[in-house]
Design a protein around this ligand. Sequence first.
Ligand code: RIB
Ligand code: NA
Length: 305
Amino acid sequence: MILVFGSLNIDLVAQVPVIPGPGRTVLAPSYRTHFGGKGANQAVAAARIARPGRVSMAGRVGRDGFGDSAIENLRANGVDADRVIRADEPTGCAFITVDQAGENAITVASGANMTARAGDLASELFNLDTVLVLQMEVPFAHALEAARRTAAASGTVIWNLAPVPEQMTREMVTELLAVTDYLLVNEHEARDAATAIGLASADYEAASAGLAKSGNLTCIVTAGAQGALAVTVEGTRLRAPAQRITPVDTTGAGDTFVGAFAAMISEGVSLQRALEVSCEAAALKCLKAGAQTGMPMRSAMGSLA
Ligand code: RIB
Ligand code: NA
């Protein structure tokens, strides 16, 4: 089973000519509402690719209309949402601007997500078959506890270190690496994590090799047009090329990669294949606006045909 413990947000998205800097105002013609949150995005991406009935999500939303629709959306996508709990805080909301090149800037108002607790997860959820998927949008201590419970049950921990917290301490990164089997990061996150634990790294490749070694894990870096790189603890490097596309919206591309990767790992395919499938899924996602809209179904994936 793939268990995603993480955030659920509603994304309010404005298409802007340029992303405004501090003190600036730009006018957008309108805005659109999309389902988002790194946790929910990864759960939906995984469910569209995994075999039916394999994905569950745990987290918290508010007792508000956004919370109702976030839960309904998970169910509509075949994600078991029985472990999404109602909190007194409002449902998480992300304020997103997307520019003409498809680049984005995001502010997340966490709300209910910051009340998520590892104690909400029943012990039956943790076993050999558990693939736990984590990000950085719920309290770190609780994500860590869920990871430790998974590791203790000999399950698999996939941790997407995104977004990198403002204050990321050496202790946090050390604890995270210790319980993680697959660390999924972009180039910046790879270097930030390496720096936090005192590794000098010339580039993201060196950073990921250092992280793999110190955490006794496999580090996967998504590097945009350069595709994806995996470095194992032994230092073996695998690559998958990025597909050439003209992006409409890159929001959720990383989440699509993570969800697809989790689906592949839970099926036990090779690391090389998992990388290729995840790269294809992330590229297809970028062809549509909204974090989840473009996430491909298994049947639409050339690499799974
Ligand atoms: O990774 C994209 C997501 O980050 C968005 O859906 C937004 O909700 C933020 O959490
Ligand atoms: Na580890």
